[in-house]
Design a protein around this ligand. Structure first.
Ligand code: GDP
Ligand code: MG
Length: 647
């Protein structure tokens, strides 16, 4: 009898812990936001910052992409990853090419039943990017997916894998490179192209429910065919599994996919990259005549692959997707252990979640904590002044009335100072708005359009022009030059803000508040990365033939869209910085002003009521008590926001 699988799903528990953490942070942000509103302490800019932070904690999804030559076992690996829940091998796999188009497996909370949606290949000739089609589901063919019937699944996947025969001209007009296509055996001048451009598979699975999406990709040629995949999808992935097969190691075609499309993604800090050596079960073949040491040869293969791909040893994971998938079907623990799927599950759980959490912690959470800290400090100041008043009345001296008048005068002075600070900040805002205006000039929409049309012109002007490869280089140079100018502008803006901060802290005569940071350099780097990702295409277009113009256009459109995203992100970032750089000071001033206004009212009230000492003390005590509530509320929020280690 076989033993049931004993290890729990590390990946699922990891993602669950991560989701629970995000949810708890989101709740604290909501509570704090509400509190600010109730206290009348909210401002548009501050609320904007909190709303953005909240979005980051509620919409974060985890993208896992599988790439590699066909028949390496990518689809089977998805079966193994999802198999624990279904106890079946979900997706059919076959020798040869089965996955014809990029296929995204995810969970759609709005759908009542599992489905496959397929985007027709003809949509490639339209200018609409895939990302927009994703929002317009009416363009997609719909197939119901009955997970209880393997026949239904089989049929659905046969549809996904369908090809069509078209003339080479049509193939070219859709952006295909004919040299990579299989010719028709029946009709001369015809080639096979995939029937679909993209597939969306919605199934209900605990991992997918938690926000995990898995992208399955076709092999090399197809990767080369859809630039959007390499320029947009893969760079977005949080984890990339580059799938190899133990029976052939790193072949020349594996290596060319690696070099052209994957390698450069490894340098991105938010992508965890693993090489999977799949099909290790094949090494187990008992050869009585010439016995081999399986473990030793596997270790050698891992070392060799790590060396070839320049990956750390621990990022090369040998496993058997087939055994993994079957282990779940039969609930067989020894098969599960032999498959080594646990290593992959654990590696993904820790690397992906740690890096996602780190990214959220380092920027967004830190910002929220600073904002809450500020509110806590204001309450501490309020406590000091209430205590001061309490002591004043508690002394029971005759000249208490005189002292009360003196204190009121002091507070009035402080109020005046606060008003001056407010004026200082408002003036500062005006200066920063000038920088803001220049930001939209430096990296405005017209500028971007100009780069686009210039690149298209110089690429298409044939022997008179630069050629398409040069046009793309010039395109990127132009974009980067704009961003360098933007960076200089932001340096100047930072100096302006710095001066305001200095004057402010001088006027406050107290605590340092850190100037928010703006990083334009990261976008210049993103352009460099994009250019690298585009290089394999660019070189292929080195000498553009007349009939390749369509192919180039399709490629360039995709490239332009990605470039636009980066360009606009830099503009938004710079603009947001200009609008929000004074928010911490503004928050402090407004909260402080409110505290002082309240104190003044209180003092005036205490003077007016010709009350007894006890009466006054009771009133102040009540206020102190109310303050204690507020303080413990903020303390709780701030405690819940403190970073925790999930793995
Ligand atoms: N022996 C063995 N065969 C596997 C394994 N994983 C996948 N295969 C087989 O390899 C072939 C291609 O698998 P598939 O997942 O379709 O590869 P893909 O093209 O990379 O998606 C199929 O016949 C699978 O059954 C494995 O771990 N061991
Ligand atoms: Mg496949």
């Amino acid at each position: 009898m076989t033993q049931a699988i004993q290890t729990g799903d590390r990946l699922l528990t990891g993602i669950q812990a991560f989701s629970a953490w995000k949810l708890s942070i989101a709740n604290e942000i909501k509570r704090y936001r509400l509190w600010l509103h109730e206290q009348g302490l909210s401002s548009v800019d501050l609320d904007d910052r909190l709303a953005r932070a909240l979005r980051a904690f509620t919409t974060d999804r985890i993208l896992l992409a599988l790439v590699g030559e066909f028949s390496r076992g990518k689809t089977e690996l998805i079966n193994a990853i999802l198999g624990r829940h279904y106890k079946m091998r979900l997706f059919p796999t076959r020798i040869g090419r089965t996955t014809m188009c990029p296929t995204e497996v995810f969970y759609d909370p709005q759908a009542a039943a599992p489905y496959i949606k397929l985007l027709p290949i003809q949509t490639r000739s339209s200018a609409t990017p895939l990302s927009s089609y994703r929002r317009q589901l009416e363009h997609w063919a719909h197939l119901d997916l009955d997970l209880s019937s393997t026949q239904s699944i089989q049929r659905a996947f046969e549809e996904v894998a369908k090809t069509r025969e078209v003339t080479t001209q049509v193939a070219e007009s859709l952006g295909f490179e004919v040299q990579f296509l299989e010719s028709s055996s029946k009709k001369a001048g015809y080639v096979h192209i995939p029937a679909w451009r993209h597939a969306l598979i919605n199934i209900d699975h605990p991992l997918l429910r938690m926000g995990l999406s898995i992208i399955d990709t076709p092999g090399l040629n197809a990767i080369g065919l859809e630039p959007e995949l390499t320029l947009s999808f893969l760079p977005e992935a949080h984890a990339l599994l580059f799938v190899l097969s133990a029976d052939c190691g790193v072949t020349a075609s594996d290596f060319s996919i690696w070099n052209n499309h994957v390698r450069d993604l490894a340098t991105r800090s938010n992508t965890a990259l693993y090489a999977i050596i799949n099909k290790i079960d094949l090494l187990d073949d008992d050869d009585a005549l010439y016995p081999v040491d399986v473990q030793e040869s596997l270790a050698r293969l891992v070392r060799f692959s790590a060396h070839q791909l320049h990956l750390p040893l621990e990022n090369v994971l040998p496993l058997s997707a087939r055994q993994g998938a079957r282990a779940f079907v039969h609930n067989d623990n020894s098969l599960y252990e032999a498959s080594r799927m646990a290593t992959l599950e654990a590696a993904l759980a820790s690397s992906v979640i740690t890096s996602r959490q780190q990214a959220l912690k380092n920027v967004t959470l830190k910002e929220v904590i600073e904002i809450v800290d500020m509110s806590q400090k204001t309450l501490a100041e309020k406590r000091v002044s209430l205590q001061q008043e309490y002591d004043l009345f508690n002394r029971n001296e005759k000249d208490v009335e005189v002292e009360l008048v003196g204190l009121t005068r002091l507070v009035r002075k402080e109020q005046e100072k606060h008003n001056q600070r407010l004026t200082l900040l408002q003036e500062g805002k005006v200066v920063l708005e000038q920088h803001l205006g220049r930001v939209s000039e430096l990296v405005g929409d017209e500028k971007l359009e100009w780069h686009f049309s210039r690149a298209r012109e110089s690429a298409s002007s044939g022997s008179m022009g630069f050629g398409s490869a040069a046009a793309i280089s010039i395109f990127f140079q132009g974009l980067k030059l704009d961003l360098r100018r933007l960076r200089d502008e932001m340096d100047a803006a930072e100096q302006t803000a710095n001066k305001i901060y200095q004057r402010y802290t001088q006027a406050m005569g107290q605590m340092e508040i850190k100037l928010p940071f703006v990083d334009i350099e990261q976008y210049i780097n993103e352009f460099t990365e994009l250019e690298k990702q585009a290089a394999p295409y660019k070189n292929r277009f080195g000498s553009l033939l007349a009939n390749q113009e369509k192919v180039f256009d399709h490629f360039f459109d995709t490239l332009a869209r990605e470039a636009k995203v980066i360009y606009e992100k830099s503009r938004e970032d710079a603009a947001r910085w200009c609008k929000q750089v004074l928010v911490p000071l503004m928050q402090q001033t407004l909260e402080g002003k409110k505290r002082i206004d309240e104190q003044l009212k209180r003092l005036e009230h205490l003077q007016m009521i010709d009350a007894t000492r006890d009466h006054r003390l009771v009133e102040i005590s009540n206020q102190l008590e109310e303050l204690t509530h507020q303080e413990s509320f903020l303390l709780e929020v701030s405690f819940c926001l403190q970073p925790v280690e999930l793995t």
